[in-house]
Design a binder for this molecule. Structure first.
Ligand SMILES: Cc1cc2nc3c(=O)[nH]c(=O)nc-3n(C[C@H](O)[C@H](O)[C@H](O)COP(=O)(O)OP(=O)(O)OC[C@H]3O[C@@H](n4cnc5c(N)ncnc54)[C@H](O)[C@@H]3O)c2cc1C
Ligand code: SF4
Length: 482
């Protein structure tokens, strides 16, 4: 027998999009129930490192990959979603991207100026600001690298308050400094009467005519699964870029979705002296000269992330293990032309995710890795190795110049932590969701998460996801109903 619950506004998923819309609705006096598949892990219980957090906070144990063009990808699965395991970099989509999205998708009232107040609201909610304290060598090296090449280097704002640099952002934040959703908008929603049920996976939506009347979920408790049926007047789907289209498909409400991501290639840079990157925050600047098409940045560096980079090509790199203090990891990230697909499989917990990089994407990734390596040499690196299995690495700038042939996809280890646009918003007949996240053909369903981004922003997406969710909430509240 299924337990019953009811609410006015059911919010499915509590990441950047779900928490933003839940807080806006609760603060407007609506009766909100948040359901989240993952566990609630407060700062005081944050796992002691990335290996443990992958098991408890990352979707699929952090071991997900696209097929076709193989790209390792990561999403959060816990209360707060990806914001609990991310680096908290807060960026706004460039004006040129917003304008292109508006014109390509017939989006109305969608301009840099009309979105600015929502970005401001999102930035304020998470205290987006420059990180205090000594950023240390990983940041200084990247800044020097950009400056040596004459490229634009930008400081990055982060969702943080009094960050002390434990470098554990990908494992939750043990000090509570990271202004993730569990530190900001979820408590704000709860303070205004919203309810939160963690460990609750929505299996399917319940439909009658052109309305979704609620959802069926399974709540995990003490190792057991308890079925529950929720009745709702309005349903807000914020299950993330892979989760939202999967839930719609499981509920018989959509076809397989295409989506985009930011493909990223890493380089491991060795320096003549110890830089001890493991003691410092990830680089707090990015080289933005070529943005939004191409961006150079730096990754979190810990012993486990260094170990993973070594394990990628154990035969060649195992001897570098003791040398971790002289290494740092940087990346080149592109705004791709290629698209992927998300398909649900009967009985499978996670969807089948495929991606097809274009030839141009692959060329730009390889060029990006080589340009980045050149810049790192200019900043004092003595050896730079791209994330390509079997690649000997580059010992000087001249060896990069001659290395023009794009390595085989099967040897190139690509990754991404930014996925979006699986239900892109727009007012053309092609799109299933309008400019305010409303699912076309349904009277009471709004999508509010990375799935509705019209495409790849070329920058970190959390700020845009929050801004568009807050905008969707305002449109809903102004209309009263949809
Ligand atoms: C390691 C890492 C680092 C990153 N660094 C940055 C960064 O520095 N800056 C930045 O801007 N972005 C960063 N990102 C990306 C950013 O965190 C995400 O884009 C953002 O969190 C996505 O928000 P969302 O609301 O779309 O989905 P999510 O945050 O993924 O939230 C979706 C939630 O829905 C839940 N859910 C899914 N299906 C169901 C279901 N059926 N029932 C109930 N709940 C469900 C999931 O468990 C999840 O918690 C990073 C991501 C990762 C993984
Ligand atoms: S570096 Fe440490 S203190 Fe700062 S936000 Fe990340 S986990 Fe929190």
């Amino acid at each position: 027998m299924s337990e019953m619950m009811s609410c006015e506004a059911l919010v499915i998923g509590t990441g950047a999009g779900g928490a933003s819309i839940a807080a806006a609705l609760a603060e407007a006096g609506r009766d909100v129930l948040m359901l989240e598949e993952g566990a609630y892990i407060p700062a005081a219980e944050a796992p002691a490192g990335i290996a443990r957090s992958m098991l408890s906070m990352w979707r699929g144990g952090g071991l997900l990959t696209t097929l076709g063009s193989q790209i390792a990808f990561a999403e959060g699965r816990c209360v707060g979603g990806g914001t609990e395991i991310n680096s908290a970099i807060f960026q706004r989509a460039p004006d040129s991207v917003i304008e292109q999205w508006a014109s390509a998708n017939a989006l109305q009232d969608f301009t840099p100026a009309s979105l600015a107040p929502y970005y401001d609201r999102a930035a304020t909610a998470v205290s987006a600001s420059l990180t205090p304290g000594d950023a240390g060598p990983p940041t200084n090296i990247l800044a020097r690298a950009g400056e040596a090449m004459g490229w634009e280097v930008s400081q990055l704002q982060r969702a943080q308050k009094y960050c002390v640099g434990t470098n554990l952002c990908t494992a939750g934040c043990p000090t509570g400094a990271k202004q993730s959703m569990t530190a900001t908008l979820i408590p704000r929603a709860l303070a205004r009467g919203a309810r939160l049920t963690p460990n609750a996976r929505v299996k399917r939506l319940l439909r009658r005519g052109s309305r979704v009347t609620g959802a069926q979920a399974l709540i995990r408790e003490n190792g057991r699964l308890r079925p529950v049926t929720i009745f709702a007047e309005h349903v807000f789907i914020s299950a993330g870029t892979t989760g939202t289209p999967s839930l719609l498909a499981r509920s018989g409400m959509a076809r397989p979705a295409t989506f985009q991501l930011h493909p990223t290639i890493r380089v491991l840079a060795r320096f003549p002296e110890a830089i001890n990157a493991q003691h410092y925050r990830l680089p707090l600047v990015a080289i933005t000269e070529f943005m939004p098409e191409l961006r150079f940045g730096g990754s979190v560096f810990t012993l486990p992330t260094y170990g993973m980079a070594i394990a990628e090509d154990w035969r060649r790199r195992a001897a570098w293990l003791p040398d971790y203090a002289r290494h740092a990891i940087y990346y080149a990230m592109i705004k791709p032309d290629g698209v992927g697909r998300i398909r649900t499989l009967p009985g499978a917990a996670e969807p089948l995710v495929t991606y097809a990089l274009t030839e141009r994407d692959r060329r730009r990734l390889w060029q990006g890795a080589r340009q980045l390596a050149q810049a790192l040499f200019a900043a004092g690196a003595e050896y730079v190795t791209p994330s390509v299995v079997g690649h000997p690495g580059w010992g000087d700038e001249s060896s990069i110049a001659g290395d023009e042939v794009i390595p085989a996809p099967s040897r190139t280890a690509l990754m991404t932590i930014h996925l979006f646009a699986s239900c892109p918003m727009g007012n053309t007949p092609m799109q299933a969701v309008d400019g305010y996240g409303r699912l076309k053909g349904w009277d009471n369903v709004i999508l509010a998460d990375g799935s509705v981004l019209p495409g790849a922003p070329g920058v970190n997406p959390q700020g845009t996801i929050m801004a568009l969710s807050m905008r969707a909430a305002d449109a809903f509240l102004a209309g009263g109903t949809i």
